[in-house]
Design a protein around this ligand. Structure first.
Ligand SMILES: [Zn+2]
Length: 119
């Protein structure tokens, strides 16, 4: 691997949601998020006017695959991590979750708080 940035490279057609963010979000997924945000408002335009929908919003499903690991291209996955203080929700490269650091060495863990701020 050449370069001095630890193997992280901008990916064409994608952008960083946050400064210094280890993961990327594709335009397609960004569009999905925008759609989901609209759904989350729980309002729908009809001929009769604006009505409230009953569909329940599931942020876990909407956000899975939101971030893409720049090292191996796998979607990030929302997981529960055990810490000394209890449990914590974080996002990690799915490849790394399943196969460990040997497969994906440089992917970073993203806190759920950071993801919520972005979404
Ligand atoms: Zn990875």
């Amino acid at each position: 691997m050449s370069g001095d940035n630890g193997g992280w490279h901008p990916v064409r057609g994608a952008f960083y949601p946050l400064d210094h963010h280890p993961a990327i979000i594709s335009k397609e997924l960004f569009a999905v998020v925008q759609t989901e945000k609209a759904k989350r408002s729980n309002l729908v335009e009809t001929e009769e006017g604006t009505q409230r929908k009953t569909t329940k919003y599931n942020s876990n499903n909407a956000l899975s695959g939101l971030f893409i690991c720049q090292e191996c291209g796998s979607p990030y996955r929302r997981i529960n991590r055990h810490t000394k203080d209890g449990k914590e929700i974080v996002w990690r490269c799915a490849n790394r979750v399943e196969h460990g650091k040997e497969i994906c060495k440089h992917s970073h863990t993203i806190s759920d708080e950071a993801v919520k701020k972005f979404v």
